[in-house]
Design a protein around this ligand. Structure first.
Ligand SMILES: NC(=O)c1ccc[n+]([C@@H]2O[C@H](COP(=O)([O-])OP(=O)(O)OC[C@H]3O[C@@H](n4cnc5c(N)ncnc54)[C@H](OP(=O)(O)O)[C@@H]3O)[C@@H](O)[C@H]2O)c1
Length: 343
């Protein structure tokens, strides 16, 4: 175990714009039974990190089980910081759910991992986890060994986006039956992994992207690429499809329903898609990603077979977390961006 009880972490004392993110010293967590302490090498950045920082996103879940923000507020108060009381809604908050790093110590009963193992995972989502820090604790059920063929930076890009892609296609989308699939937002964090996984599973992948990402997306294994910069992608399709996975971050239902065969599925990732009527002939499940170490292991297997590789287009040190949030909020990130921690 590290000797200091403190660690550096990115903290948002209250919700707000990216500049609320600052690096502070906070208490280092300790692993409980079934958990490991991870020395963080890299933390993946996701749109939900920025949405939650702004006061939306997963904000309502942060403190659901454990009043993490109260603990943190008390610790910061001891450190002389303002504000010294929780502002509610899970703040103060250390952002981040995606992690890759090395196991530093294990809690009671942990036999699956040992100190020194390289691991990655989606930690605790949607409750507060705090991977934008030097250390984080995670339950072993949410972790996988990091793929040998990936760096820690690449491994940190995998969990949330990869699990979302898997749960959207294999679970909600029933890709085994629905073989002709459109993936929108195909160059983004979820989309670029979804294209590779669907192609590896033998689906006919039709990817929707913008001009600057056409070659990138074609290189991921899409059978067809539709260029949304050139106009309505639904009119560029030559035949109906079985499944649309909407990774655009927008609600493309209105257009997408017309592209589906009867019994086809539209899988949405955004909450605005809830509560709207669906045509009788269409199924429209909505995915809310869940941590799952076994599914993550499945994805790392695909990586080890050389059929999947997360693309990291930029990295940022902890001190530039605000810059990273501005980038992810732009909606134009190719692949993933990652926060680097430590040396
Ligand atoms: N429900 C869940 O559990 C869950 C999990 C993960 C993510 N999400 C949500 O899913 C969305 C995608 O996540 P992500 O990490 O992949 O985001 P991202 O990395 O920002 O990628 C989104 C991609 O969508 C495309 N796009 C942007 N504006 C568009 C528009 N107006 N019309 C069509 N396509 C557009 C862009 O790619 P092109 O230029 O290639 O078109 C962009 O790269 C976000 O809203 C995120 O919060 C939800």
């Amino acid at each position: 175990m590290p000797s200091s009880p403190l660690m550096r972490a990115v903290v948002a004392l209250a919700p707000g714009d990216p500049d609320v993110l600052e690096v502070r010293e906070v208490p280092r967590p300790e692993p409980s039974a079934g958990e490991v302490l991870i020395r963080v090498a890299a933390a993946g950045i996701n749109p939900v990190d920025a949405k939650t920082r702004s006061g939306a996103g997963a904000g309502k879940f942060l403190d659901e089980l454990r009043p993490a923000s109260a603990d943190l507020a008390a610790a910061l108060a001891r450190d002389g910081a303002e504000p010294t009381t929780p502002t509610g809604g899970g703040f103060p908050w250390v952002p981040g759910w995606d992690v890759a790093g090395t196991v530093e110590a294990v809690g009671f009963g942990v036999s699956r991992f040992a100190a020194g193992d390289r691991v990655c995972g989606l930690v605790g989502f949607p409750r507060a986890a705090g991977t934008y820090a030097e250390y984080v604790v995670a339950h072993v059920s949410q972790l996988s060994r990091s793929p040998r063929s990936l760096t820690d930076i690449e491994s940190a890009a995998l969990p949330l986006a990869g699990l979302t892609a898997w749960q959207a296609m294999a679970d909600a989308g029933d890709l085994e039956t629905n073989r002709r699939v459109v993936i929108t937002g195909a160059s983004g964090g979820v989309g670029h992994i979804a294209v590779q996984v669907a192609a590896d599973l033998g689906a006919h992948v039709i990817a929707v992207t913008s001009t600057e990402n056409v070659d990138f997306v074609r290189g991921l294994g899409a059978a067809e690429v539709l260029n949304r910069t050139h106009g309505d992608w639904t009119e560029q399709l030559d035949a109906p499809v079985d499944l649309v996975v909407d990774g655009s971050g927008h609600d493309l239902r209105a257009a997408a329903y017309a592209t589906l065969v009867p019994g086809g599925r539209f899988v949405s990732l955004v909450s605005s898609a809830r509560g709207e009527p669906t045509p009788d002939t269409i199924l429209a499940p909505r995915v809310f990603v869940a941590p799952d170490g076994l599914e993550l292991q499945l994805l790392t297997g695909t990586i080890e077979r050389g059929m999947l590789r997360p693309h990291v287009s930029a990295t940022f040190p902890l001190e530039q977390a605000a810059e990273a949030h501005r980038q992810i909020e732009s909606g134009t990130t190719r692949g993933k961006i990652v926060l680097t921690v430590g040396d």
